[in-house]
Design a protein around this ligand. Structure first.
Ligand code: ASP
Ligand code: MG
Length: 469
């Protein structure tokens, strides 16, 4: 559908009746140019609350579960009353109540089992988005934009990795056409739940926390949309985190690869998996601020004129794990292979990896909250080598931070890495590890945690990232 625009509204853009009204106005304006479908997140903080309710259920805290259910229902019912004309409220309040009953049933199951089966968790968490889609569709419809709430369970087909599912694009295309096509042709705006989907045989899944961006890009790709607009509460993709770097600037354009690198390296504006489904088709993405409609936002495009490093990101919730063979009898490459496989099985994402060829030691960076699972796998994989001291004890250093300098235009520019390192050393920040892939798209640098912010500021200033033009 080549005049279709997909827009995604995040939790803060859906956070209250006022925010929903603004979103509805954005939709009405956009519809003047052609067909529109939207994807919505749950209202801000609702997914967290649903999740903590399920945890309370697992721990047998029946009163806590009840209390949370009341809070969640009240938030949506209050929003409904504020949002809709009285004649429209009754049926929406009934839908909200029915969804909360569904949630209560799933929580009771978890209470009884004293355990949270991942499939039930996914089904229960998706209720946040379903509540929001119900409200948003009613808001649009009652303000003159015919709309209907759609559960993405009937649109997005995924594998069965509960909690972090991946889309099956061909099946999704078929299903999306069937479910959404007739609505769009009839001029009705579908309000699709973000974050969730279902397996081929209909089991409910979710795409991972923050996954509504990904839902929107899956839909944009499946329906061959002309553009995807992602509405958040910041002005676009920035040259650095403005909380760390006051003169950080919004970037007018970035490439898919730059945006994906930034997202994977800690920039919070987009879910890291968002861009992959769009790259082949070259569908442009805009990151826009629903709290500042005057700001143009950032356009994410297949290619842009590269002019050096574009942005620097940082992550402080990371740990560096080092592994060093103690005996020359150890084959370093084999050891690395086994370690990487163990990390994969522990579901730990390797953020940076470096090795030295002489002593065959190597180190890698992962998220702090993945360290326990990773260590458990590694220690069992290497148990013999560790026991017989063929490998030194595994070292974990969590007093570190990662900064990543990203830009397509860095490729083939000698001297750039030197400037970056000099700027960091001038701040007396010690560099612990460095990684740069052969695409020269990103330089990843691990530093002491307490020097991270100074290093980010220094690199941002040295590369003049906040300066336009
Ligand atoms: N509501 C989900 C979450 O909080 C998905 C999203 O917001 O994108 O993770
Ligand atoms: Mg989000």
């Amino acid at each position: 559908m080549n005049d279709l625009l997909i827009m995604k509204f995040g939790g803060t853009s859906m956070g209250s009746a006022d925010r929903m009204r603004i979103a509805a106005q954005i939709c009405a304006d956009a519809q003047k140019q052609g067909a529109v479908a939207i994807v919505v997140s749950a209202m801000s903080k609702v997914t967290d609350l649903l999740l903590s309710t399920l945890r309370a259920a697992e721990e047998g805290d029946q009163e806590g579960v009840r209390e949370n259910i009341r809070t969640i229902e009240k938030r949506h019912a209050d929003t409904c009353r504020e949002l809709l004309p009285p004649s429209r409220q009754e049926s929406v309040l009934a839908s909200i109540h029915a969804l909360m009953e569904e949630f209560e049933r799933l929580s009771s199951g978890i209470l009884m089992l004293a355990e949270r089966p991942p499939r039930s968790v996914d089904e229960a968490l998706a209720i946040g988005e379903r509540l929001c889609a119900t409200l948003m569709a009613a808001c649009l419809d009652s303000s003159g934009t015919p709309a209907i709430a759609v559960n993405a369970r009937d649109v997005i087909v995924t594998d069965a990795v509960f909690g972090n599912a991946s889309p099956l694009l061909d099946l999704t295309r078929e299903k999306a056409m069937k479910t959404l096509g007739p609505k769009l042709h009839a001029g009705v705006l579908p309000v699709v739940t973000g974050f969730n989907g279902a397996t081929v045989d209909g089991k409910p899944t979710t795409l991972g926390r923050g996954g509504s961006d990904f839902s929107a890009s899956i839909l944009a790709s499946a329906l061959d949309a002309k553009e995807l607009w992602i509405w958040t509460d910041v002005d676009g993709i920035m040259s650095a985190d403005p909380r760390l770097v006051p003169d950080a600037a919004v970037l007018d354009t970035v490439t898919y690869r730059e945006a994906a690198e930034l997202a994977y390296n800690g920039a919070k504006v987009l879910h890291p998996r968002t861009l992959a489904p769009l790259m082949d088709k070259g569908i442009p993405v805009w990151s826009k601020n629903s709290f500042n409609l005057a700001a143009p936002g950032t356009k994410i495009v297949p290619q842009a004129e590269g002019n050096g490093p574009r942005a620097v990101t940082s992550m402080s919730n990371v740990a560096l794990i080092s592994i060093e063979p103690a005996s020359p009898a150890i084959n370093g490459a084999m050891l690395m292979g086994r370690v990487l496989e163990a990390l994969g099985r522990a579901n730990a994402e390797v953020l940076a990896f470096t090795s030295s060829s002489y002593r065959q030691s190597f180190c890698f960076l992962i998220r702090k909250d993945e360290v326990d699972a990773a260590l458990e796998r590694l220690e069992s994989e290497l148990s013999l080598e560790l026991e017989h001291e063929y490998v030194h004890p595994i070292e974990v250093d969590d007093n570190v931070g990662l900064l990543a300098v990203v830009g397509e235009g860095m490729a083939g520019h000698p001297g750039l890495a030197g400037r970056v390192f000099t700027a960091i050393s001038a701040e007396k920040v010690n560099i612990i590890a460095i990684a740069q892939g052969s695409t020269e798209l990103t330089i990843s640098i691990v530093v002491r945690r307490d020097g991270l912010e100074r290093a980010v500021k220094a690199v941002h200033a040295e590369c003049r990232m906040g300066v336009r033009g």
